[in-house]
Design a binder for this molecule. Sequence first.
Ligand code: M6R
Length: 612
Amino acid sequence: MCGIVGAIADRDVVPVLIEGLKRLEYRGYDSAGIAVVDANAGDVRRVRRTGRVAEMEAAAQAEHFASRLGIGHTRWATHGGVTEGNAHPHVSHGELALVHNGIIENHDEQRDRLRKLGYAFESQTDTEVIAHLIHYYRAQGNSLLAALQHAVKELRGAYAIAVIDKRDPDRMVAARMGCPLLVGLGEGENFVASDVSAIVSSTRRVIFLEEGDTAELTRDGVKVFDANGAEIQRDVHVSDVSLASLELGPYRHFMQKEIHEQPRAVADTIEAVMDNRGFSASLFGADADAVMRDVEAVQILACGTSYYAGLVARYWIESIVGIPCAVDIASEYRYRDVVANPKQLVVTISQSGETLDTMEALKYAKSLGHERTLSICNVPESAIPRASRLVYYTRAGAEIGVASTKAFTTQLVALFTLTCTLAKLRGKLDGDIEQSHLEGLRQLPGSVQHALNLEPQIVAWAEKFASKQHALFLGRGMHYPIALEGALKLKEISYIHAEAYPAGELKHGPLALVDSDMPVVVIAPNDMLLEKVKSNIQEVRARGGEMFVFADADSHFGESEQVHVIRTPRHVGVLSPIVHAIPVQLLAYHAALARGTDVDKPRNLAKSVTVE
Ligand code: M6R
């Protein structure tokens, strides 16, 4: 969703801001803008555009924007429509400019108060309130930092803020509560950003601001203050985000690149297990043994694709560990009366580590007394792992495409590692079985690569899907979540309406939809449910439906005019959902390509969903 970048340097920062905003584009946005302090003219200059950063960049170039201090923003509209007037930065009295991520809940109340104080509003946003509030405290004689610190005390809600002021061209200030914000440390220059990718070409040394922190940046230094306004030293981290992971390289889309990166991503994620020569609690954190040893149940909380990863894990945990596992959509869990069990391990799954619903569900679980919390996450130091006692980082690398792909398969690897670890702690994983699961993991990158090699056959199928309006996905057991994931991928990037059902449920309703215009995708690995799935397929066939079956090489599926089969590699046992995720990703990608949609930035969607 929204993104922030800011820079104070001894060079022109406009290219830094533009490059940073381009790197934040993947998060999803509908307008962009920058504001700079023009020291020569003693002015704040601003350019904003709806649409792409490139359009705003062209306008900034046409107006010869250049400065040593500036802030930039990509906005995903919440309060107020997608208009230039609502785009950030917002300016108060032509003096100070501000960018903001998050939502201010008491904006109406503050707007009324500021109107009475003589402030006029130009936008429908909650953000403009913050700009005027800081201006108001400035007018009382406060420094820029003190004015910010006064203002944030009066805000309710979530914010990451960066502010510049033409009366103070050697300073930028920033604040964070509920939304991520980091400070980048350069040589004679410093930066703020909501995401390290925005500044990684300038510096890798970063300080992650904590809840309630404010910061003051000059060219020569950075000071951080805690929620009480006391100066504090925060740890400096060196980011390992690779520039290559942020570039397209030879690929046409990030989604395509990320699908093809999966053998590497899976191999990197299992590396810690292989180095450890087995499953152990220490993979999840220093006190994981104490946290996990007497766990009686698992509660998984997540959204979207991450939720589907959780649904697969339920099958693994209940069958391999033998303890109950509940999986909840985070936005539902947070508003229901939950019967808490302190011996439950609460596992949040999130690629970004920023998803607001997942974060709030975690906070709710903690408020109920759940102390055993584990985050499975792809972004180091993001909010959800920081709020969790245990962490397992997937090592998928930066995922830029809105449609999650390599994050999903690596989440599954992490969840399988969790399953085996819990089983081992409970004496349910004898040496031979552990060795066979380790071997399965070791072979997994190769099996994923074999599934990727099916791409040419899948392209041919995708062309048939391109003209369809609807599609049905079927799976059974631990492959039902893969059907759900396949339907989600198809709908989010190709805009074809797709639904997923457990194949056995077909005759209880959805069969009524089946005709020759409704392609039916079937995930049919060679497991104990294969014969059941074959019967379900006959039900579709008898109603004239056209079927597209992903089967294992040894499934003995007959093909006909109505039944098309692509054979994925040999069956890989319990890890089969990971391999079967690949063809449904490829099908969605190529169907979207054939329909000419914006694959990496599908309409109305954002990569990180940081609002409710
Ligand atoms: O970052 P998270 O894993 O918490 O994100 C959760 C969902 O928003 C995400 O998986 C979404 O469903 C993807 N666009 C699916 O491709």
